[in-house]
Design a protein around this ligand. Structure first.
Ligand code: 8DG
Ligand code: MG
Ligand code: MG
Length: 144
């Protein structure tokens, strides 16, 4: 019989800003494999966007963040991926509690590693939801 469509899900991702750079990692997950993306993951039942942002960044990088705030939301339908999926993606912004803290690759099955990149010198290819924002002229740094 007909295959039921999967439900849209909510992703919460973080522009983690450190001086003039932000944190990106190369994905190993099936959606967006080998593209550079923000830390983040799925919103859990009952969770605030801020709590989800802090939890996912901690789980994926070991970093502790603060000044967590909502930036924007985008609608992302992934039909060309191995598993078709649909995410409403909440983009948050935050900074490190301790600017000297170093990211760790805590989930090496999901990411090749984390590093800081300047907005004017981003790695390629970017995960397309992020690429779309860059092309639209979006800038995550405050006061721009
Ligand atoms: P979890 O089990 O830890 O909750 O999930 P995850 O494995 O960390 O999920 P994820 O794929 O990293 O993030 C959830 C979805 O959010 C992702 O499949 C698609 C959407 N998403 C975007 N843009 C970005 C981005 O820049 N980074 C991340 N991590 N996810 C993004 O639309
Ligand atoms: Mg995660
Ligand atoms: Mg993730």
């Amino acid at each position: 019989g007909p295959v039921p469509s999967p439900e849209p899900k909510v992703g919460v991702v973080v522009f983690l800003l450190r001086f003039q750079t932000l944190l990106l990692g190369k994905r190993r997950s099936s959606i967006g494999h080998s593209t550079f993306a923000l830390p983040g993951g799925h919103l859990e039942f009952g969770e605030s966007f801020e709590d989800c942002a802090a939890r996912e960044v901690k789980e994926e990088t070991g970093l502790d963040i603060e000044k967590i705030e909502f930036v924007t939301v985008t609608n992302n339908v992934f039909l060309d991926e191995p598993k078709p999926s649909h995410y409403v993606t909440i983009f948050m912004r935050a900074v490190l509690k301790d600017p000297q803290q170093v990211p760790q690759n805590i989930e090496p099955d999901k990411c090749d590693g984390w590093d800081w990149y300047e907005w004017d010198n981003l790695p390629k290819p970017l995960f397309w939801p992020l690429e779309k924002m860059v092309l639209s002229g979006f800038n995550p740094f405050p006061g721009v």
